[in-house]
Ligand binder design. Sequence first.
Ligand SMILES: CC(C)(COP(=O)(O)OP(=O)(O)OC[C@H]1O[C@@H](n2cnc3c(N)ncnc32)[C@H](O)[C@@H]1OP(=O)(O)O)[C@@H](O)C(=O)NCCC(=O)NCCS
Length: 166
Amino acid sequence: MRLIRPSVEWEDEHRSYVEEWGTSRMVPSSFDLSVNETYDAYLQALAIREAGNEKWLPSTNYFLVDDNDKIVAMVDIRHKLNDFLRNVGGHIGYSTRPSERKKGYATFILAGALKKCKELDINQVLVTCDEDNIGSAKVIINNGGMEDESFTDTDGTVKRRFWIEN
Ligand SMILES: CC(C)(COP(=O)(O)OP(=O)(O)OC[C@H]1O[C@@H](n2cnc3c(N)ncnc32)[C@H](O)[C@@H]1OP(=O)(O)O)[C@@H](O)C(=O)NCCC(=O)NCCS
């Protein structure tokens, strides 16, 4: 298992993950391929986003790839918090490929992302989940998450917020 940065060699695998994901909103949104016409355009837009230009804070994306070169999970690490991230998004967002769930991959990719946070000197890491997302709450608690106050968005969605000492 290894963390790999998106690049053109991973286009087919990335597209296959997105196809399996279906029509619901892509999580993390930085892996969404529906906005750009080509994979090159996606990679260029991702580079702008990751550099923290325009409306984005600096971030880094990784695929979790298994020994058969299959992308089994994805993670997006935000290097800083703004008001939205402090309340809703947190430092780290992740997902597991639908056919690969409940095998420990989200727990594994969050642990890997925490190591990357350490390299970035992010020592207190905020990770959030919807209050009905039992699986994600377990992933966070498995990685040492300590629960803080929840945040209720204007649409009534409640986010559980956890801090991990890194
Ligand atoms: C939430 C999600 C990331 C979990 O991924 P996963 O790879 O299945 O998680 P893990 O295998 O590491 O499971 C961690 C724990 O949660 C449990 N779990 C996972 N999904 C669950 C579910 N739907 N209901 C209840 N428990 C669940 C596992 O059994 C495991 O329990 P354990 O620690 O007691 O053994 C995945 O379902 C997903 O991608 N969902 C859509 C995107 C999303 O919600 N991302 C998180 C945003 S905050």
